[in-house]
Design a protein around this ligand. Structure first.
Ligand code: PEP
Length: 317
């Protein structure tokens, strides 16, 4: 049943893609000997085991992207220098890299990263500067030259148990539009809690669809689709050391992409990058990264370690 669902959605897309022609034209260019960068018009586009499958959805090359979420770390400002050096060791020519320092430390480090490394605050408000105590506006970020912002992390969605209302999907859709209207890239985290995963794939996909519904109109209207990155992060795998299996991550992300295709069109679905997040580390990304719908990783704990650079190197091969 599971396999059939995924296979059917791929076939359905193949039909649509044939009408739209774009992936087929791209394929023709590749067969004619153009490099992936030229054929896809995407700098850094590459043809690897991840992208060279006979699947129109994955034939549209997407530059991989890895984010390091430092959450509320480090405790000591003196440790920032080493963490910045870790990130600066990453080569971004074939893999986009962003880093999410804690709110407190962001202003201390945002100018210390090499060109090409994006700094992405872990949250933003929904409306701009003004009477928003404790918040950060995208307008402020823009003035600082910041080019990305992450929203919707499950810890922000109040998974860590604060007795306050959750950040709703509608609020996050407002934030996403605000970020994109200001010209920044938005990383939108989604993902199901354990009780939903225990009900099976269909429940998981329905849950993720529910988290995406409100952002679809904005996504559809956006010209540069690479400015929206979806981080699929099953809540049960975040910070637990339990990684989703490559099959679980791939089938979920394929269904997310298929949903975007149904609602927004094949071209958008082919261009939006979907990361996997949840206890990802250099030791476990090999199987995950081979999959056509896994375009990179959002990394918490492992982004605080010197071996983080190995994840970017792996995706750059
Ligand atoms: C995260 O913070 O988004 C995350 C995935 O954390 P970890 O890699 O530690 O599970």
């Amino acid at each position: 049943m599971r396999t059939i669902t995924v296979a059917v959605s791929c076939l359905a897309f193949a039909g649509e893609a044939a009408q739209e022609d774009t992936p087929w034209k791209t394929l023709a260019k590749l067969l004619a000997g153009q490099t992936p960068s030229d054929a896809f018009s995407v700098p850094g586009a590459r043809m690897t085991s991840r992208t060279n499958r006979w699947n129109p959805l994955s034939m549209m090359a997407r530059k991989p992207i890895v984010g390091g979420n430092w959450k509320c770390n480090p405790a000591k400002p003196g440790d920032l220098e080493g963490l910045v050096a870790n990130i600066n060791a990453c080569d971004t020519s074939k893999c986009d890299v962003y880093v999410c320092p804690s709110n407190l430390h962001l202003g201390m480090v945002y100018e210390k990263f090499n060109d090409g490394i994006l700094v992405a605050p872990q949250n933003c408000n929904f409306a701009g500067c003004g009477a928003y105590t404790g918040e950060m506006s995208v307008d402020q970020m823009k003035e600082m030259g910041i080019k990305a912002c992450m929203i919707g992390h499950s810890e922000r969605r109040m998974e860590f148990g604060l007795p306050t209302p959750y950040e709703s999907n509608a609020l996050l859709a407002t934030k996403l539009k605000y970020i994109l209207d200001a010209g920044l890239m938005c990383i939108l985290a989604i993902g199901e809690p354990l009780p939903v995963r225990e009900k099976g794939l269909e429940a998981v996909v329905d849950y993720c669809k529910g988290q995406l519904c409100d952002v679809l109109p904005t996504l559809k209207a956006l010209e540069d689709k690479s400015r929206v990155v979806i981080a699929y992060e099953p809540v049960w795998s975040i910070g637990t050391g339990v990684t989703a299996s490559p099959e679980q991550a791939q089938e979920t992300q394929a269904n997310i992409r298929s949903f975007i295709k149904d609602k927004c069109g094949a071209d958008i679905a082919a261009k939006v990058r979907i990361q996997y997040g949840g206890s990802a580390s250099p030791d476990n990304i090999e199987g995950l990264s081979k999959n056509p719908d896994i375009d990179g990783f959002l990394v918490g704990g492992a982004s605080l370690k010197p071996t983080f650079v190995g994840m970017i190197e792996h995706l750059s091969k």
